[in-house]
Design a protein around this ligand. Structure first.
Ligand SMILES: [Zn+2]
Length: 159
């Protein structure tokens, strides 16, 4: 059968399915954004709204803006995936250049990083999550260890 390099690459059939999934996702995002854009343009009717209603109106709009921004990012990622498919670099991690597993691509066709690099970037990006992660590790290790490190974790947990 194929060489190691070939087996690491995505099969044509898998690639075609992912391409179709990306097109479908792109279509849905664009349709969804039209709905959101319509809701954003509609003037909120304040004349009859009490304060609570007004607040609800504003937060709805804020949520819509956030969704629109998130969809924009995803659409950009999908365009990038199409570009990579054309140039043949699709399915490779942008960080370490390792092939991204097909299972991950099926779940997230526009994934730019392999699972390992994704975790790494999330760990760096979110200090709070990082702290929570280490608290979990510290808690699951119980109170057995007396190293300075686990002491500092227990201190964090107690806080
Ligand atoms: Zn990677």
């Amino acid at each position: 059968m194929g060489t190691r390099k070939q087996s690491a690459r995505l099969r044509q059939k898998t690639l075609e399915r992912l391409h179709a999934a990306l097109i479908e996702r792109q279509r849905r995002l664009l349709e969804g954004d039209e709905t959101h854009a319509g809701a954003l343009q509609a003037e909120p009717r304040y004349e009859s709204a009490d304060d609570l209603e007004m607040a609800a109106n504003l937060s709805d709009r804020e949520i819509l803006y956030r969704i629109a921004a998130h969809h924009g990012e995803e659409l950009a990622g999908i365009c990038e995936a199409f570009r990579k498919m054309e140039e043949g670099s699709y399915g490779l991690c942008e960080e370490c250049n390792a092939p991204i597993r097909a299972a991950r691509l099926r779940a997230l066709p526009h994934a730019r990083l392999c699972v390992r690099c994704q975790r790494e970037s999330e760990r760096c990006a979110d200090v709070e999550d990082n702290a929570a992660y280490w608290r979990t590790i510290g808690a699951s290790h119980g109170g057995g260890s007396s190293s300075h490190f686990s002491k500092s974790i227990r201190a964090t947990v107690r806080r």
